[in-house]
Structures are given as structure tokens and as C-alpha cells.
Design a protein. Structure first.
Length: 325
């Protein structure tokens, strides 16, 4: 499939996934980049019809649930949308190499400038009066490894079988410690990237969260210096190390806020100040503190004290970064 045609199909899928309404062919032609523009000529109309019919057939052949219908009884022609419930995939479990490949592919998509035209199509649809549901839209600029400068050197060292040295800060330590590792691979788990390998100083398998790596990891020695165990399961390594004691965290949230946090919380009813009390269970309290801090003043930790202090420390650090010099 030609690159322009593939990009047009991606833009079309994004546009139709982002609305509950049926979108007519005329609006699709005017808003989705890649279609023959309407210059009033019969030749252009025929070219668009042939292209759009081929695209619809391609999407249906690929299993995309393209629906035809009308949003209102007052509509004079059929439109199109994608049944999101039938389109979404179940939870997918990837191996370390597969997850790394997906991360690299997403970065290539981002640099290929496919997000810009897709975003432009959504803006045009919204301007034309089509209701765009941002909660249903897929991310236009996926960045799984954004903000993880350690990703590239860790992935390269694991690929080339080179030893890796880096400084690593555990959440319960004030100063980072030095690590020497045989990197077996990188894996995404619960939205974060981890390096799995053999800790040479401790002589046992360990996993390291890339966001806690301080500075840039340094590969040392020749390529092909080791071979990972043939049956290594990086995802299982991460799950095994991360699964520990459960912590109960109680927070207050302003009504209507922190929607993402509420999905994993047990509501405890309203507090005395009218805010909502929520209870969360986690085996990674410091990771949860990162998430709570992202909601700013909308969420306040009631208990335990150590998580409350961790959130305050993170917010203080962010405030200091934004303070004028």
C-alpha cells in the first residue's frame, strides 16, 4: 500500500473514531487530507467517489467496523462512523522485544508527521458542527517513551548484548547507586518502561524503572559479551518484582475531577467539605504519588502520611522548576 494512501486511511479512521455522529462523504472529503478536492468538476467528483469507495472496502476488509447511518431524521443522506466498542482490542501482552519494537514504531510515526493532518481533520469536523468526543479519540501523538532518555541506550545495549553501567535512584534512597548490568531487554508494564537483566554486583536478575535512571546509561565492552537466558520472560520479571505489599491510600478529590484516578478507586462517599473521598489500593505507592501529583490542587492525600508527603515533595519540585530565576 502506498504511503499516501496508508496515511489517508489512518486519518480517516482517527476522524471517524472521534465522533458519535455519522459523517457524510461530503464532509469527509472536505476535512480528511488526501482526498480529491471539490473543484466543481465532474472529473474530481468521480475521482473522489472511486477513492472513497476503495477506502471503505479496504477498511472493511481489514476488519474495521465501518457503520452507515443517519444521526437525525432530518439528515438527507447517509454518513459513516466506526463502532468503537467493536473496534477496540482486548488487553495485549507483549514480550520485551515486541514492546520495544512498538515504542520505536510509535516514535517513527510521530516523526512522520501523520499526527498533524489527523488533528487538522478533527478541527475541521468540529468547525463544521460535528460533535467531537475527545474521550473517544485516540492519541494523535503517541509517545510511549517520551521523557525517558535512558530508553535508547538501554535498548541498544540489550540488542547488541553489551554490558551497561548507570546510576539508579530507588524511591527509598536519597542518593543514586551505581549499577552494572547485563541488559536482557526493555519492556513496557502498566504504562512504564523497565530494563530487565542480571545485576552483576548482586548476581541476581533485577528490573530497573527507566524513569529512575540518573543521567545517561553507558554501554561498556564489546558486543556479544553475554546471552540472556533462553526462557527469560521480562514481563514476568517486572510483575514479580513490582508485586509486593498492598497499600491503602485515601484521597479527597473535587467533584468532577481526577476522572482517570476514579477509574481505579473505591468511592467512600462525600467528605465534610463536600469533596469526594476515594480509596486506592497500590503496591507502588511512589508511582501512585506521581499520578496524584499530576492532578495538582484537585486531589489531596488524606492518608497515609508518607504518600501525602511524597506528593507534596513532587509538587514543590514542580513549583520550583516554574519559579522565575
Amino acid at each position: 500500500m502506498a504511503a499516501k494512501r496508508a496515511e489517508r486511511l489512518v486519518n480517516l479512521v482517527i476522524a471517524l473514531l472521534s465522533t458519535r455522529q455519522y459523517v457524510t462523504a461530503a464532509r469527509i472529503r472536505a476535512t480528511v487530507p488526501g482526498y480529491e478536492p471539490d473543484d466543481g468538476s465532474e472529473r474530481a467528483d468521480e475521482a473522489f467517489k472511486r477513492m472513497f469507495e476503495r477506502d471503505k472496502a479496504d477498511l472493511r476488509e481489514m476488519g474495521v467496523p465501518l457503520e452507515t447511518g443517519r444521526t437525525s431524521v432530518f439528515d438527507t443522506e447517509d454518513g459513516y462512523r466506526i463502532a468503537r466498542a467493536d473496534y477496540e482490542l482486548p488487553e495485549i501482552h507483549l514480550t520485551g522485544e515486541e514492546a520495544a519494537a512498538v515504542g520505536l514504531a510509535l516514535r517513527l510515526w510521530e516523526s512522520a508527521q501523520m499526527a498533524g493532518p489527523a488533528h487538522s481533520a478533527l478541527v475541521k469536523l468540529k468547525a463544521a458542527g460535528v460533535e467531537i468526543d475527545s474521550s473517544r479519540g485516540i492519541p494523535l501523538q503517541p509517545r510511549l517513551d517520551a521523557g525517558e532518555p535512558a530508553f535508547e541506550p538501554c535498548y541498544a545495549a540489550a540488542r547488541d548484548r553489551r554490558l551497561l553501567e548507570f546510576d539508579y535512584r530507588r524511591p527509598d534512597e536519597d542518593e543514586p547507586g551505581h549499577r552494572r548490568v547485563q541488559p536482557w531487554g526493555v519492556v513496557a508494564w502498566h504504562g512504564r518502561w523497565y530494563l530487565g537483566g542480571l545485576d552483576l554486583d548482586r548476581q541476581r536478575p533485577r528490573v530497573f524503572r527507566l524513569s529512575r535512571v540518573v543521567g545517561m546509561p553507558k554501554p561498556v565492552g564489546p558486543a556479544g559479551a553475554f546471552e540472556p537466558p533462553p526462557d527469560v520472560d521480562l514481563a514476568a520479571m517486572v510483575a514479580g518484582q513490582m508485586t509486593g505489599e498492598e497499600h491503602l491510600v485515601v484521597v479527597r478529590a473535587r467533584p468532577g475531577t481526577a476522572i482517570g484516578l476514579r477509574r481505579h478507586a473505591v468511592p467512600l462517599g462525600p467528605g465534610q467539605d463536600g469533596e469526594d473521598l476515594l480509596q486506592l489500593t497500590t503496591t507502588e505507592p511512589w508511582s501512585l504519588a506521581d499520578s496524584i501529583a499530576s492532578y495538582g490542587a484537585d486531589v489531596v492525600v488524606e492518608a497515609p502520611t508518607e504518600v501525602r508527603e511524597a506528593v507534596i515533595e513532587r509538587l514543590g519540585r514542580l513549583a520550583a522548576m516554574g519559579a522565575p530565576a
